[in-house]
Design a protein. Structure first.
Length: 589
């Protein structure tokens, strides 16, 4: 049958290049999902877990070379190199297509080509985006079914039109030397080959929903952000919605699913999303946010019933585990799943598929769970509202042993954009192998901004001029340490006390003191009842050290300088003003 629609023409074109043995159009049904799973169980791609304990759940083990995001192999391909900016790897679009075209030629011989229509966003919403991913990985199909609205719902919304974002993916030969993730934002196109891992292969996630969407958002006047979304319910039953950007290993998912120790007082947290946030200006002059995903792709190690009981409840069924260990009882296991147990039970099979005998971790440090979002006990009743939820607070946060206080508020929108632009976080062993290295990660978008970061800050500033009632902006740091290297703040569920202070600041009922960096809580304005925090600890949590901040100011300046004349004047002015308030000058660098 000859192709009649733009989508059919594209599928035909890709098939001619990749030469699959057969083509399957995915409908997203449960029957299709079970067929895929049975096929992967038969060929060893999937392993069954204990279905009595984890109904309808499975384990996948990646190639050992293919276990994480590959920023050094991820490119933004724009006609003008400066449009990609110093924050991205760049390749000329024509060169990228020549390079990958050779790799894609005949790469699906002997394989099935799956066509995955999917929707990012809420079905029926005019703001949803339709993508179509072509892949030769049934594991990708299964994960996309959990993470997106996949199949017939997307195909029906597309109809015979051409308003879809194409993504071409192949496992290739999984060689790191032939692994590339290429984004063509001017064409709204993604090509990815050589990896079956997460965001490298689930093209609706980081590729479409952040790298391409950030470019589209600038063109169309909205924001596509690497942010969780939560609702904080107060004793009156009113819910205030907050969005927050945090780099890896900074507790974003835990915060989104927080179980509040103040629930008896009436303060409860509702989960709207844990990773991606699309925000548009509503008719009421506020920013309204949607979570475009349909599931959670969470980091397993460290997740347990103490750190994130809602995540543990959510992943208890209909889940896919990737690169975790498996106990003799068929239970998924990872480091930290049981705070009382440092090593797995004897006979546990590690993430390589071999009997674990230490000392290496049994689960990979970046092992994952893919779980439907609607299984989370704290999921908001409004998480699928077509208009989204109104955002009153935006928070930026990083992992800093010194420098940043527990929380501070930006003076206004422009100052808040500067706070986000200058944010940084210290790396962990799981992320880089090096501990405590400071890495600038503006708005937690360093790996995900699809264009020049200076232009991205300019877009944020422009959005601020267009939002009649903008959210208040805050910076948080749960990871400040004392001189002995111990954390000063208990973190986890107790972070709701900081959320409560933000809520009260928005309502004008909480006190703060002016500091050179922003507005910091008075000790009395934080609800610390029952925490047993000595006054000197509280003072240390909130302290602004001039010497530390003078160094921070210089480091921020060095980072911002790489953007040259493209850096918005307002960001440069905010940096100068911070120096003036700190009593340091450009000459002191």
């Amino acid at each position: 049958m000859s192709a009649t629609t733009p989508l059919e023409h594209w599928v035909e074109e890709v098939a001619g290049m990749t030469r699959p043995d057969r083509i399957v159009w995915c409908d997203g049904s449960e029957e299709e999902y079970q067929r895929l799973m049975q096929g992967m169980l038969a060929d060893g791609t999937m392993v069954a877990v204990n279905h009595d304990a984890y109904p309808n759940s499975y384990l996948h083990r990646s190639d050992p070379s293919d276990v994480a995001r590959t920023e050094h192999l991820t490119y933004i391909c724009t006609r003008d190199k400066d449009d990609a900016g110093p924050n991205n790897n760049w390749m000329d679009p024509a060169e990228a297509k020549r390079k990958l075209g050779t790799l894609f030629e005949g790469c699906m011989r002997g394989r099935t080509m799956y066509v995955i229509p999917y929707m990012m966003g809420v079905p029926g919403s005019p703001h949803a985006k339709i993508g179509v991913e072509i892949t030769d990985s049934p594991y990708v199909v299964a994960n996309m079914r959990i993470m997106t609205h996949m199949g017939t719902v997307a195909l029906d919304a597309l109809g015979s039109g051409d308003d879809f974002i194409p993504g071409l993916h192949s496992l290739g030969d999984l060689s790191p030397d032939r692994r590339f993730i290429m984004h063509f934002p001017e064409e709204r196109l993604v090509w990815s080959i050589g990896s079956g891992y997460g965001g490298n292969a689930l093209l609706g996630k980081k590729c479409l929903s952040l790298r391409l969407a950030s470019w589209m958002a600038r063109e169309e006047g909205w924001l596509a952000e690497h942010m969780m979304i939560l609702g904080l319910e107060d004793p009156s039953g009113e819910i205030t919605y907050m969005a927050g950007a945090f780099p890896s290993a900074c507790g974003k998912t835990n915060l989104a699913m927080l179980v509040s120790p103040l629930a008896e007082q009436g303060y409860r947290v509702w989960t709207v999303g844990d990773d991606i946030c699309w925000m548009r200006i509503g008719k009421d002059g506020r920013l309204w946010a949607v979570n475009p995903e349909n599931g959670f792709f969470g980091v397993a190690p460290g997740t347990n019933t103490q750190t994130n009981p809602n995540a543990m409840a959510a992943l208890g069924r209909n889940s896919i585990f990737t690169n975790v260990a498996l106990t003799p009882d068929g239970l998924p296991w990872w480091e930290g799943i049981d705070p009382e147990r440092k090593t797995p039970p004897p006979g546990t099979i590690d993430w390589h598929g071999k009997v674990w005998n230490g000392p290496a971790p049994a689960a990979h440090p970046n092992s994952r769970f893919t779980t439907p979002a609607d299984q989370c006990p704290s999921i908001s009743p409004h998480w699928q509202d077509q208009a989204g939820v109104p955002i009153s607070v935006i928070m930026f946060g990083g992992r800093r042993a010194r420098v940043a206080p527990l929380v501070y508020q930006a003076r206004d929108w422009a100052h808040g954009v500067f706070v986000g632009a200058g944010m940084g976080s210290e790396t962990t062993a799981a992320a880089t192998g090096k501990v405590g290295v400071m890495r600038r990660d503006p708005m937690a978008m360093r790996p995900f901004c699809g264009y020049n970061m200076a232009d991205y800050w300019g877009h944020w500033l422009e959005m601020g001029r267009r939002i009649p009632n903008p959210p208040a902006i805050f910076h948080v740091n749960w990871f400040r340490k004392d001189d002995n290297g111990d954390f000063l703040w208990p973190g986890f569920g107790q972070n709701v006390r900081v959320l409560r202070w933000m809520l009260e600041r928005v309502r004008g009922t909480a006190d703060a003191v002016e500091t050179p960096v922003g507005l910091v809580p008075t000790p009395e304005s934080l609800d610390l009842d029952g925490l047993d925090l000595a006054p000197e600890k509280v003072a240390a949590l909130l302290r602004i050290d001039p010497a530390d901040w003078a160094k921070e100011w210089r480091d921020q300046g060095d980072y911002l300088a790489q953007f040259g004349d493209r850096l918005p004047a307002a960001i440069r002015e905010q940096h100068d003003r911070l120096g003036q308030r700190l009593g340091v000058t450009a000459g002191s660098r």
